[in-house]
Design a protein around this ligand. Structure first.
Ligand code: SF4
Length: 141
């Protein structure tokens, strides 16, 4: 029997980021429609940046890319969030992240206080030589 290929939550970034050993965790940018039909603002504090947003153009609009980002977003909302925290915490123990950087939100942002707190716990539980960084508009969550 062949081993099942590992599916990573955190992906390799573009070629520039890859060269620097940076992985990325990305959500859809700004307002999206969830499969339930409700809309959600993934960047609640976005202002003018939403009009110029790089992540609402180009390859980010490819259907496979949008589907992947939507799938990741769905892991972080409502009842799914505790399981996301568990899975992400477990994944970040893997040796591929040792000595590397993880960039949160190539697109998207901390869309809720609960999601932000989950990430703070995830980062706290990661090995010390895994580093995280992000850009955010959410200074007051
Ligand atoms: S916060 Fe970032 S991802 Fe969100 S709309 Fe602004 S530029 Fe785009």
């Amino acid at each position: 029997m062949f081993p099942v290929a590992q599916t990573w939550l955190v992906r390799q970034g573009n070629s520039d980021l890859r060269r620097h050993g940076i992985f990325t965790w990305t959500l859809p940018a700004w307002v999206v429609t969830l499969p339930s039909g409700t809309s959600m603002n993934v960047c609640p504090s976005a202002g003018i940046c939403a009009q110029l947003c790089f992540a609402r153009q180009g390859t980010y609009r490819f259907s496979n890319v949008r589907a992947a980002h939507m799938g990741d977003l769905l892991l972080t909302v409502d009842d799914a969030l505790p399981r996301f925290e568990e899975m992400m915490s477990e994944e970040l123990q893997h040796r591929r992240y040792r000595g590397r950087f993880v960039r949160l939100h190539d697109a998207g942002d901390f869309h809720s206080r609960a999601y932000l707190k989950a990430w703070l716990r995830i980062m706290d539980s990661a090995p010390e030589d895994v580093s995280f960084y992000c850009y955010t508009k959410e200074v007051c969550l």
